[in-house]
Write a protein that binds this ligand. Sequence first.
Ligand SMILES: [Fe+2]
Length: 442
Amino acid sequence: MDMERSPSRPISPLLPAEDDPYAYALRRAEDALEKRWLHKVLVALNAPAGWPPWAVAGVALAGSGLMAMSWQALGAGAWAPRLLLLLAAVALWDAFVLLAQPRMGLAFGPFGSQFVILQIPRWTAAFLAGLLVRWWGAAPAFALLAGIELLAAVLLAWGAWVEPRRVEVTQSSLDAPAFPPDAPPLRILHISDLHVERWGRREEQVLELARQLRPDLILLTGDYVNLSNVDDPQAHADARRLLAGMSAPLGVYAVLGSPPVDRNSAGLFPDLAVRLLRDEVHLLEAGGRRLAIIGMDCSHDILRDGERLRRLCASLPVNAYRILLYHSPDLMPAAVELGIDLYLCGHTHGGQIRLPLYGALITSSRLGKRYEMGWYREGRTHLYVSRGVGLEGLGAPRLRLLCRPEVTLVTLGPADPPINAGARGLCRRAREGRSVHYGPSS
Ligand SMILES: [Fe+2]
């Protein structure tokens, strides 16, 4: 590109005047989501991560045995041995799928907790099928159960081995009316939720894509290591290796993600060319285009973080294109009110596991499914919620279903020349939200 790098400068480090820095730093480490049920369930379900193999196998045997006993009690005792065999076979398959992930460079999560969690829906299905014996008879109920368990086995392999394997590039173009009409397009690569456990296929691909796509600017929106690896020096070294490999003519800018995930991640950035923005605004000028990059820490407290955003925006120059980097989409209402032009975030992982017609099962957003993934436009604000690159941590199985990992290439250009409203609508639809496969093939 023909743009030279312009010096960027913080114009508004935010520190409430009434507070002392130490108390402010402590408050910033809090996370509203840590008090919610989802985080507590994830922590509780991670308990088997530290169990020895015999304990994990014992739980699997005990659970399957209980299900066989339930079938006996429900009048299908003759089918109990076949049920035990079925549950043992699918449990072995689950173990194989999970143990193969590290060898494939796809995920490196704790085996015990993931394995036990996968058995819970299998046992539930066995119990519910047992309830059908009374009406359907044992053979049809067993056939239905076998079909469900086998379908789950196929979906597990797809979610664990196939979808996390390839990082997609989602490409979009947006008008930037604030840019001079003769300014060249500005290419922004947005990357979110890396969740590095170890150096693997996705880390390799992200680095390769960052080189191949040749963006002018790279913007990162948090969650650099996996929640299971927050205190893991190797994961931090690998995340640092990934960040160190990123460069762009106008720079690489980053914000932190959820406090429990990025508790130690600020330590990744010293000595790197990646600039970590913590409640700061940086101005960039290149080729006549003026950008204000607003980078904020995320506490998932909408009111508190929204107020901090308001204070940051009070000092912005009027004619700059405003880009907000904040880990979750929860500040969208405030961003619209404050005239943010482009708001980039992640956090939801698009649900990571999605159902046809329904979408994300869980978003972990304070606003639920309102901004679960992709593009949203309200007022002048364009919001992009990335599906992210990595996988949820702790006991959550390292799966993606109907929700591939992604990075996003956003091309900002000057406003289109005036055309009639109907043609403009068609043009906008054609230019926004195009998703393509790009880069290393699987
Ligand atoms: Fe995340």
